[in-house]
Design a binder for this molecule. Sequence first.
Ligand code: NAD
Length: 196
Amino acid sequence: MKPEKIRVCLIGCGRAGMIHARNFMGGIHGAVLSAPCDPAKEMLENASEETGVNKCYTDWHEVMKDPDIDAVIVVTPTQFHHDIVIAAAESGKHVFCEKPMASDEKECDEMIEACKKNGVLLQIGFMRRFDRSFQRGKMMLDQGMIGEVTMIRSNTYGPSEPKEWMYDVHKNYGPLGEVNSHDFDSRAQMTHVMQA
Ligand SMILES: NC(=O)c1ccc[n+]([C@@H]2O[C@H](COP(=O)([O-])OP(=O)(O)OC[C@H]3O[C@@H](n4cnc5c(N)ncnc54)[C@H](O)[C@@H]3O)[C@@H](O)[C@H]2O)c1
């Protein structure tokens, strides 16, 4: 029988993971946080305590075997996104995966393919697409209110100190991936306007 609400496991309970967890505590229509997962004991305990959710996982492989989890939110360091998303797709679980999607294009293609093949939804955490200011900018471009665009300048910053893993170029692309991937995504949205 189809559950009343989509039961979600939060994989990765660090800074961004807890933003997702707090959103659930505020109430998300049609979905419920069913379990946090994090190999770091302290992070997991904090997440469980703050959300009041007692079912916990230290290993994401175990999450994939749980029939009572319908979807996962992947908020681990970027290097793990690919393997977790593929395993979730193969276990029939829908996926929300944080940006940057993965380490390279090949990984991204494999993730998309696995989700398509297994009939699960995949969404990436590029939330600026939904910001009113960005949507208004796009509308203004589409309607020709700005005229010909020759340059977009984006001034952004991350609100927190970079984590240790973000300094390792073998594991991620530093600020380029962690912060500027938002700008690349926004630019992609505008591309057809700029090419017109
Ligand atoms: N959409 C946004 O604007 C936004 C903002 C911040 C971070 N992010 C993304 O979220 C992801 C996490 O960033 P963060 O700042 O929360 O990092 P973080 O270091 O604060 O948290 C990562 C958490 O993942 C856990 N973890 C590590 N390996 C794991 C594994 N194998 N399985 C499960 N959990 C594991 C760590 O113990 C830690 O608690 C990154 O991909 C980052 O780019 C997105």
